[in-house]
Ligand binder design. Structure first.
Ligand code: ZN
Length: 373
């Protein structure tokens, strides 16, 4: 860790991902996060409203079960009821899923519906009637949502979009919805559900327009922004370091630390975000083309951004899992994954580990070989 970073403040990383189904991945992630000063992490699960795939919830349940004091879990919806070729008797409606995740002891939900390529692929507006009961349920339960809405502005510009984004299918021509159209759908949801607790991932892609970010936060008091790079964010902040520092001081109660740390991600963006928040002056980081100007926030502000705000939105400690409800959910998902002919039945695999019912004659490696690879 860079020598100048503080050691006297608790840090929760509110935006991380498990990218592999290897059960040890979470051990390595927590170890790496701890070496960078992070005490607990929020795993954001993935599912999409268009593919036949269910979600990464099984590995998330396992990680939280394995580290109940260190892992928060924001579950992903199972979209198979929207049209995959599965037995709908196994399906729960979207709001029923929200209630069930809450009862299971999950800490919130993650949605990726506002990422432009998924918005195009699914054909579902963010304020569609399909999602409406789900938002109503999240609002009623005060169950927080991490929501990815938008993308960096240059992804809509054929001249400026970076090659790595092109390679990922994130170069948006006129067949994709515009950034403004996606914002309009999203903010319509916030108008309908003013008590919805939302953390917008990646600063809601408003880092180049801090007055607009401020107006959004003023208008919707239950909205927060996470600081997960988008390297464009730190480039934009550096264009106007004084305005940025002022914004961070004024809205210190609405900003949440996150890194997009992944089980296989190197080099870590944690140091980048920490150095930006904690130190003054310019610094370089391997993930950035140009130096970034640190804003050197005081300890009280750091405490809120690093942990206090997230703990207020989610909970002071990870909620306890209800193991029997989780196992029932994994059983349901295991059958769905069979019906979808998933190459790896992760639900059955992690149910076996959580249940502790691994047959004596099974070698751990052979379980991995048989189910995971
Ligand atoms: Zn992410």
């Amino acid at each position: 860790m860079a020598g100048k970073l503080r050691t006297d403040v608790q840090i929760i990383d509110a935006h991380t991902h498990l990218e592999t189904t290897q059960p040890e991945a979470v051990d390595a992630m927590l170890e790496k996060e701890a070496s960078l000063g992070v005490a607990a992490m929020n795993l954001l699960m993935l599912s999409l409203p268009s593919s036949g795939y269910v979600s990464t919830n099984p590995e998330g349940f396992y990680a939280k079960w394995r580290y109940p004091d260190k892992v928060y879990l924001f579950a992903a919806l199972d979209y198979t009821p929207l049209g995959a070729d599965v037995d709908l008797r196994l399906a729960y409606s979207l709001p029923e899923q929200v209630r069930r995740f809450w009862a299971m002891g999950c800490d919130g939900m993650k949605m990726l519906t506002g990422k432009p390529n998924y918005r195009k692929e699914s054909g579902l507006a963010l304020d569609s009637i399909v999602f409406e009961p789900c938002f109503a349920c999240l609002e009623a339960l005060e169950f927080p949502l991490v929501w990815h809405v938008g993308d960096p502005e240059e992804f809509w510009d054929a001249e400026l979009v970076p090659q790595w984004a092109k390679d990922s299918g994130w170069a948006y021509d006129s067949t994709f919805p515009s950034k403004e159209a996606i914002y309009a759908e999203c903010h319509h949801v916030l108008e309908r559900h003013p008590k919805l607790k939302v953390i917008f991932a990646h600063f809601h892609f408003l880092s180049d327009d801090l007055p607009r970010a401020a107006a959004l936060l003023d208008r919707f008091p239950n909205v927060c922004l996470d600081l997960t790079p988008g390297s464009e964010m730190y480039r934009n902040f550096t264009k106007r370091p004084d305005e940025t520092r002022e914004f961070f001081l004024k809205y210190q109660g609405r900003l949440v630390f996150g890194s997009d740390f992944m089980s296989r991600g190197e080099p870590s963006p944690i140091v980048l975000v920490r150095q930006f928040l904690e130190t003054e002056g310019r610094f370089t980081h391997p993930n950035l083309e140009r130096p970034v100007e640190g804003i050197g926030l005081p300890l009280d502000s750091l405490k809120r951004i690093y942990a206090g705000n997230y703990q207020r939105i989610a909970s002071p400690k990870p909620r306890p899992l209800d193991e029997s409800l989780v196992l029932a959910e994994l059983d349901r998902m295991a059958v769905l994954q069979d019906q979808l002919k998933a190459p790896r039945n992760t639900a059955r695999f992690f149910a076996t580990l959580i249940d502790g019912g691994i047959p004596a004659d099974w070698e751990r490696e052979s379980i991995l070989d048989g189910l995971m690879l």
